[in-house]
Design a binder for this molecule. Structure first.
Ligand code: FAD
Length: 417
């Protein structure tokens, strides 16, 4: 039983936020040509600006951690608040009303890596690392994908060889979001070549600044470079930094992947919302075009279905249930509506989408249209999620594969990516 009521907690959090942040201006009615013009799905800031934003984000996390709002559900012995998830949700709802530095730097570390460390790391290491992560002193990234292992993650080849109390990691990862500003990474490596592919893997926590870690940015077609190739050139990792048992890394990876799917599937229809689309159509005097109206309503209805689906999932989580394969469905709904939104803005804007004339609300959509394919791949591609829905929800026969046994049979959330 918590000693503080939700009401008391809300009032304490409101005091903290009032003293340390500014309330967002009342959301005024959307006016075409006014306000931020940024429907892009991935940020395209340069590295210097990114460093500045990261530093502001870290200062904010430290401040809220020190005031007792940075790790609300965490163990009080480690600096957490020991409160139920409802308190965390209440705080997040309140913080949303204030202008605070961009917190997306911590999405992967706190949303996916930290829960895995809590479940699988040596308790002493977890006690050292987790408070630093929640305070924002340490930023985490996820090193799973390789050039030859994405959807079929268990085919990964990065090698870890034991050397006394240490392991030596050699190989390559790819698509590592935020590796360039991360301090710590969760890596899955191959520790036994003779075992079946899901069985010879082991998880580790690596220091991203350790000798032998080489990070090379990958530039996307959106212009930004949010991802990296990461090369491991005989990187030494202490055995105490192992996650789970030797050769039990698949279980460790699944903990992370379950959290990944849940966090992406819970997203909304990004791109500035439906009002923005409606006003675009009015601005270009297409509101009487029957095909444009039909396309627009299709996006609206699908957006509503997604919202209700997410509400249902949130209600299940509040009741303490684990997210099921519906998270795969939620992610599919999200990316399908993004794809339709891309097609819609392309037909409305035409050449304005590809030539930057400086006109508000036109060329800026290129960042959305070019970023959309990445959303349909990250955290499980559309095709892989359809397989999961077919097999786990509809009960269709398993897709023929090269594996003789299914690694997914015991899982609540589909985990093939
Ligand atoms: C925005 C973004 C962020 C990312 N961030 C990270 C990160 O931080 N860390 C990390 O480790 N990785 C990250 N990734 C990598 C991501 O996990 C992989 O891209 C993803 O798992 C797909 O793997 P792949 O790129 O190798 O494609 P592949 O697996 O080679 O797939 C190629 C195509 O084949 C299809 N396909 C594959 N298998 C099947 C099948 N069984 N049935 C039908 N179709 C199939 C796929 O749908 C896809 O269209 C990120 C990717 C993106 C786009």
């Amino acid at each position: 039983m918590s000693e503080i009521t939700l009401e008391q907690f809300r009032s304490e959090a409101t005091d903290f936020l009032n003293q340390n942040a500014t309330l967002k201006a009342e959301v005024s009615e959307f006016v075409w040509g006014e306000g931020p013009d940024d429907p892009a799905l991935f940020e395209t800031v340069d590295r210097e600006q990114e460093r500045k934003e990261l530093s502001q984000a870290q200062q904010w996390r430290a401040k809220k951690f020190d005031a007792g709002f940075g790790w609300i559900t965490g163990d009080p012995k480690l600096g957490g608040r020991g409160l139920a998830r409802a308190f965390e949700r209440a705080y997040n709802e309140l913080e949303n009303r204030y202008e605070v530095p961009n917190q997306s730097f911590f999405g992967i570390g706190l949303g996916m890596v930290a829960p895995t460390i809590a479940d699988h790391a040596d308790p002493e290491i977890a006690a050292d690392v987790l408070p630093q992560m929640y305070r924002g002193d340490i930023v985490g990234c996820q090193l799973f994908s390789e050039p030859g292992a994405g959807s079929d993650l268990a085919s990964l080849q990065l090698k870890a060889e034991r050397d006394g109390d240490e392991w030596i990691l050699t190989g390559q990862k790819v698509w590592t979001s935020g590796a360039h500003y991360s301090d710590l990474g969760e890596v899955i490596a191959r520790t036994d070549l003779d075992l079946p592919k899901h069985k010879g893997l082991t998880g580790f926590i690596v220091d991203m600044k350790a000798p032998g870690v080489e990070i090379v940015p990958l530039r996307q077609m959106t212009g930004g470079a949010n991802f990296n190739e990461v090369f491991f050139n005989e990187v030494r990792v202490l055995d105490t930094h192992r996650l789970g048992e030797v050769n039990d890394g698949w279980r460790v990876a699944l903990t992370t992947l379950m959290n990944e799917r849940a966090s992406i599937g819970g997203g909304s229809n990004a791109g500035g919302g439906f009002t923005r689309l409606k006003e675009m159509v009015k601005h270009f005097e297409l509101d009487n075009d029957p095909l444009i109206r039909q396309q627009m309503m299709d996006i609206y209805i699908r957006g509503q279905v997604l919202r209700m689906n997410n509400q249902r999932t949130m209600a299940a989580l509040k009741r303490g249930e684990l997210p099921g394969p519906e998270m795969s469905g939620a992610k599919l709904l999200l990316t399908e509506n993004m794809r339709r939104t891309s097609a819609f803005v392309s037909s409305v804007l035409g050449p304005k989408l590809v030539a930057d004339s400086g006109e508000w609300g036109t060329f800026s959509w290129a960042g959305y249209v070019l970023g959309m394919p990445g959303m349909a791949i990250a955290g499980g591609s559309d095709q892989v999620l359809r397989n999961i829905m077919g097999e786990r929800v509809l009960g269709l026969p398993k897709e023929p594969g090269i594996d003789t046994t299914s690694p997914f049979k015991d899982l609540t959330v589909g985990t093939q990516r």
